[in-house]
Structure formats: C-alpha cells, structure tokens
Design a protein. Structure first.
Length: 255
C-alpha cells in the first residue's frame, strides 16, 4: 500500500520549487506530507549548486509552518539531519561510519551520502532532502557515495516510509519546545569533536579549526589554533584532510 503521506511524481524540476510555488499561490502544504520525485531535472543545493537526480535515490520535500514561539527556523536543518540519520539506521542498521556534518550533510567516512536544503517563504519553511540510495552523482571537488556502492540495497519507498515516521516524531518534538534535546540528539550523531573543518568567511578568508559542537542556536563551533572558539552561523564547512574516522535538497543529493 502506498504511504498516504507521500505523493510521488515521475519527474519534476525540483520538489522544493514545487512546494514554494504552492506557497506563493496561497496554498499551505500540510505538515507531515511529502512530495517525492522519481527523477529531478533541476534540483539544487546550498550556494546555488545544481544537482539532478535519477531513479532509485530519495528526493523529496516537506513543509513546516512556523508558529513564532519555537527555536530559530535554521535549527530545522539539524532536526532534519537527526530524522534522516534515524531513518537510515532503521533501514540499514549495520551501516557504519554514518555521521552528520554541520549544517546539512550526511557522511559515510569522508563521502557525502545525503544532504538537506531549507528555503523559507514568509511563515513557512520547505525542507528538501536527498539521499543517495542507488547512485551517487559526481560533484567536482567532493567525494560522494551511495548505499548501493556500500552493498546496501534499500528501496526508495522503504526509506521514504521510515523518514516519514522519524520526521513526524522529531518535528512534533521541535514544535513542542524540545530543541535542546534534539540538539543533543544531533551532537550524538555528529562528526567527532576535534575533526578539522574549514570555512570561508567574508572578512577573514579561510578559517580552520577543530569541531567543538554547536551552540544553543545551532551555530557550529570551531576551536581555532590559538584556543579560542569561533561560532559559525553560515557558510560551507569542509573537512580538512583525512582527519576523522566517522562519518541537502543539496549538492550531493537534492530536492
């Protein structure tokens, strides 16, 4: 039986764009419902990266209505990361080295397995999620991986159903004020503390530091060479070398 909370389309430019268009037309997509595509022709990721997806991967988007009394909207990217991680472990419990990298990546080792893209329109946020189940797109300068390449055969609809459950639970908790607990859930699934990361900042150029967690508002914390801790609120954070053992719509997978 198809999941009644999931609408699947054979081909679409972008699931995120489709839901944003519905919002612009005055329609409010119901929370907990997902638009999932068999194939995307104009998927996109952070910083305007282009990604198109093929059959077998998960490419889907859902809407969140902001109520004004919750945690900052950007924390939804981290909540979504927790939900995707939980869904993956539900369908592939033996998957090793799966970890979250701030703000929107899921990694296996140093290779990107999936990602998340948030786009806001007035009092709603569209959450786009992509996971490389069957194939990993080539992204210049970045390593990517798929579950199939790791010898894990997972059907798209099986993963989608697991994600619907985990997202509903985590979003309900987020609306109810459980961001502090969800923040701890994210940290428990994140790259090890001390992992070397780099980020390009407008005024300071390229900054390198050891991952030191996230602050109460969801910003990444980097411990710099001089011992100081710097909060990173925005930017593309990259792994520096082979510095760790563990492991959005997005640049490796998108909505």
């Amino acid at each position: 039986m198809p999941d009644p909370l999931i609408k699947v389309v054979a081909e679409i430019a972008s699931t995120n764009s489709a839901l944003l268009a519905r919002l612009a037309n005055g329609e409010a997509p119901a929370e907990g419902h997902w638009l999932v595509a068999d194939r995307q022709t104009a998927g996109r990721g952070r910083a305007g990266r282009v990604w198109t997806g093929g059959l077998g991967n998960f490419m889907g988007s859902t809407a969140v209505a902001l109520r004004g009394d919750e945690a900052l909207p950007q924390t939804l990217a981290l909540v979504a990361g927790v939900s995707v991680h939980r869904a993956l472990m539900a369908v592939v419990p033996e998957l090793s080295d799966l970890a979250l990298k701030w703000p929107n990546d899921l990694l296996v080792g140093e290779a990107k397995l999936g990602g998340i893209l948030l786009e806001r329109q007035r009092d709603a946020v569209i959450v786009g999620i992509g996971v490389n189940l069957a194939e990993a797109p080539e992204v210049p300068g970045r390593r990517t991986v798929s579950l199939a390449a790791l010898r894990h055969a997972v059907r798209r609809d099986e993963f989608a159903s697991a994600l619907v459950v985990s997202w509903a639970e985590d979003l309900t908790a987020w609306h109810a004020g459980a961001w502090p607990r969800l923040r701890e859930d994210w940290l428990a699934r994140a790259l090890p503390r001390g992992t070397l990361l780099g980020v390009n900042l407008t005024e300071e150029g390229h900054v390198i530091g050891g991952f030191a967690g996230i602050d109460p508002d969801g910003a990444a914390l980097l411990r710099l060479a001089d011992g100081s801790v710097r909060a990173i609120h925005a930017g593309d954070v990259e792994l520096i070398g082979a510095s760790h053992s563990g492991g959005g719509e997005n640049d490796a997978s998108g909505g």
